[in-house]
Design a protein around this ligand. Structure first.
Ligand code: UD1
Ligand code: MG
Length: 452
């Protein structure tokens, strides 16, 4: 049986933030959420988070995880003190306890599984995740013998200059035999440079303790300051983009692209430079997204072209052609094979298939049919200063250029409106509507100053 405990009570002083460190976002998810998701592969019997600094905010941020139990550490007296808080909660628990630092968000599930297997195979009292890294500054140093058996962990601050040369570091991830850990937890003391109770001292009390070196040391990055948060983002991005490229997605200049790990992309999609895919977004196969586009919480069909555009909380049908400089937002739905072109904004509007809104338009709160053409410069007047009103446009209708469609409005199918019209009342099917003043021509007329 396995229980996991995530240490998430610290303030994170080095972040210099009002927000608890573990709630800082990394690629759209908080650090603590990433840690929790990372350990789900172990199918833990119990999942506990130790919270303290702004506990109410951390709890509120984790409401989507009802299996997570919260343990309060009212005073943050160190990582060892944090684990001591588990004693009453796990009094009856028998098995292994995996302790995870809430600020180490990039661990792969495979690594945790391998750590647990090593621990269980050797029946260790504890097994700790370590790495050999070129710049070990800030990490606890791990000393062990040639059989990977631990001799001692010493915190960076408590090391001598000589000890600091050791490149093997403590990742802050530990598997404990809970029975044995229970016995040593009360013995922790705070006689160190930080006057804190260290979980690493509990490890030092136990035997045998084995170290397990992670294959890829980028997994164990601990986030203590904003620089490390940015580094973690780079690592995460490289991982996500490598995965998509391996899965058949082309990226032109991947360094300029960012993709959340909640996004999914079909084969043969091409992601052009300076493009950002966020949140719950899917990109269909064969689509070409970018350059310079943002797609957030949106579903993009197959073989779509979308360039220099922003699409948020919306969907785009197969074979549509969007941009340059289109903005589609708030439940915008563009049908198949549509053309939504230059400087067009769509808001809360549903556009049928094969419809063109090609230039300089604002279409808000509208339902537009199939095979409609909206002329350049047309806008819906959807807002009277107080309420939003709907515009409905039927199939095959042609709205002339520079029309002002004053909602609420119901324009039928097969309608044509004249260029420059201000349409204020409903139009039945199969009509021509002209709503503009007649042109007047005054022969021989000149401005006064030209009359001499
Ligand atoms: C810790 C380890 C260090 C390791 C490093 C890896 C100790 C003493 N040191 O150092 O050996 O190399 O992680 O990243 O454990 N926390 C609590 N309650 C507290 C204090 C901290 O819950 O009273 C939580 C923090 O929210 C954080 C985690 O424990 O998520 C680690 O604390 P942090 O202060 O970052 O420890 P490090 O100095 O990084
Ligand atoms: Mg840390």
């Amino acid at each position: 049986m396995v229980a996991v405990a995530i240490l998430a009570a610290g303030k994170g002083t080095r972040m210099r933030s009002d927000l608890p460190k573990v709630l800082h976002l990394l690629g759209g998810r908080s650090l603590v959420e990433r840690v929790l998701i990372g350990c789900q592969a172990l199918q833990p019997e119990r999942q506990l988070a130790i919270v303290g600094y702004q506990a109410h905010r951390v709890k509120a941020a984790m409401v989507d995880y009802p299996d997570l139990e919260f343990v309060e550490q009212t005073q943050q007296l160190g990582t060892g003190h944090a684990v001591q808080q588990l004693l009453p909660h796990l009094a009856d628990f028998q098995g292994d306890l995996l302790v995870l630092n809430g600020d180490v968000p990039l661990l792969r599930p495979e690594t945790l599984i391998a750590l647990l297997q090593t621990h269980q195979q050797h029946q260790n009292a504890a097994t700790i995740l370590t790495a050999q890294i070129a710049n070990p500054q800030g990490y606890g140093r791990v000393f062990c013998d040639s059989n990977n058996l631990l001799q001692e962990i010493i915190e960076d601050r408590d090391c001598t200059d000589n000890q600091r040369q050791n490149l093997r570091v403590n990742a802050g991830i530990y598997c404990f035999n809970w029975q044995k850990l229970q016995e040593v937890l009360p013995k922790l003391q705070s006689n160190n440079s930080q006057q804190e109770y260290y979980i690493t001292d509990a490890v030092n009390f136990l035997s045998p303790v084995m170290v397990y070196d992670v294959a890829d040391d980028r997994e164990i990055l601990g986030i203590n300051d904003r620089r490390q948060l940015a580094t973690a983002y780079e690592i995460l991005q490289a991982r996500i983009k490598d995965n998509w490229m391996a899965a058949g997605v082309t990226m032109i200049d991947p360094d300029s692209v960012t993709i959340d790990d909640t996004v999914s992309i079909g084969v043969d999609a091409i992601i052009e430079p300076q493009t950002h895919l966020r949140g719950n977004t899917t990109i269909g196969s064969g689509s070409r997204i970018g350059p310079n586009s943002l797609v957030e919480n949106s579903q993009i069909g197959t073989n779509v072209t979308l360039m220099y555009s922003v699409v948020v909380d919306s969907s785009i049908g197969n074979n549509a052609n969007v941009g340059p400089f289109a903005h589609i937002r708030q439940q915008g739905s563009v049908g198949e094979s549509c053309r939504v072109g230059n400087f067009v904004e769509l808001k809360k509007s549903t556009i049928g298939d094969n419809t063109n809104i090609a230039h300089l338009s604002y279409i808000g709160d509208a339902t537009v049919g199939d095979r409609v053409n909206i002329g350049a410069g047309t806008i819906t007047v959807n807002y009277d200063g107080k309420n939003k009103h709907q515009t409905i446009i039927g199939n095959f209708t042609r709205i002339g250029s520079n029309n002002t469609l004053v909602a609420p409005l119901n324009i039928g199918a097969q309608v044509t409106t004249a260029a420059g019209s201000t349409i204020v009342s409903d139009i039945p099917d199969d009509c021509l509507a002209i709503a503009r003043s007649h042109q007047t021509i005054k022969p021989g007329w000149r401005p006064k100053w030209h009359q001499d």
